[in-house]
Design a protein around this ligand. Structure first.
Ligand code: HSE
Length: 298
């Protein structure tokens, strides 16, 4: 009894949808091997070890998420969890969410699938909270369910899978610096002026409509985040230059991925996506910061 899985990275917030929107990305994520043990313990082994990641199951996102599931089942089953991390922690592309979502998915399989995927999101959120300070599902939901997800409500948890148009592509640049989600959330003001809120919910609604009607132009003009981006962009080297350059190159929109430092852009078609990836490359080449770029279908 052994489960080997790939848990995808994800882009959350998607511009205007702070804490309520996210989509999975192909090609980058965690690989995990999970099996039962007889020791009634969760044993975490980080294979290509990012040293900053704790292996104590009470402090590790995967360990906490598994424990939440086992507590609900009233089980003392132990598990060996090997995590091959392909995403540096503090990336903005759902590194901790991939580990939490992958871990509970694998454990659910090994326990005979007692839970629905929606319930797994709930357990994974408990793990994610270790990394971010509070429970949010905009990375764990797409990592668990795949595709583009809307978290319409947290209490009760209500997650809706959103249909994205066939030719919507995402380009992500991941500068290899770490931004801790907890710190990046602490920066945010808890008050929103009504005028800004009005612009923001107009955009969220516009984005949903654009996605459902494959109206790429509407997706583009709705993506803009009037609340969070301006408070966080100071953490990201070259953010303004990056955004300006990709918009000039024809991106539909561009914003911070999750809590940064990754930045994403959306494009209509793979050719445009490749052009935008090249532009991101040109902007970052001039810096001394290492980076990775991913092109993925939404
Ligand atoms: N919605 C979250 C945030 C995602 O922006 O803080 C990061 O985990």
């Amino acid at each position: 009894d052994i489960v080997k899985i790939f848990a995808p990275g994800s882009v959350s917030n998607v511009g205007c949808g702070f804490d309520i929107l996210g989509f999975a990305i192909d090609g980058v994520g965690d690989e995990m091997i999970v099996k039962k043990n007889d020791q009634h313990k969760i044993i975490i082994e980080s294979i290509n070890g990012y040293e900053e990641l704790p292996t104590d199951p009470k402090k590790n996102v995967a360990g906490v998420a598994i424990q939440a599931l086992l507590d609900d089942l009233d089980s003392t089953q132990g598990f060996d969890v090997e995590i091959f991390k392909n995403i540096k922690p503090g990336s903005g592309i759902g590194s901790s969410a991939a580990s939490a979502a992958g871990a509970v998915f694998a454990v659910n399989e090994l326990m005979g699938k007692p839970y629905s995927r929606l319930k797994l999101v709930d357990f994974a959120m408990k793990g994610e909270a270790v990394a971010s300070g509070d429970e949010h599902a905009d990375n764990v939901a797409p990592a668990t369910l795949g595709g583009f997800c809307l978290i319409r409500s947290y209490k009760p948890l209500d997650i809706i899978s959103i249909k994205a148009p066939a030719d919507l592509w995402c380009i992500v640049i991941h500068p290899q610096i770490e931004i801790k989600t907890k710190e990046s959330r602490a920066l945010l003001s808890s008050d929103i002026p009504l005028k800004k809120a009005i612009r923001q919910w107009g955009n969220v609604a516009g984005l949903m409509s654009g996605l459902y009607t494959s109206n790429y132009e509407l997706i583009g003009r709705s993506l803009e985040d009037h609340i969070v981006e301006s408070q966080r962009k100071i953490l990201i080297p070259e953010f303004d230059e990056l955004k300006l350059s990709v918009m000039e190159a024809g991106a539909l929109g561009c914003s911070i991925s999750g809590s940064g430092p990754s930045v994403f852009a959306l494009a209509n078609g793979i050719d445009k996506a490749n052009v935008i990836a090249a532009v991101m490359n040109t902007v970052y080449k001039r810096t001394s910061i290492e980076y990775k770029i991913y092109v993925s279908k939404v």
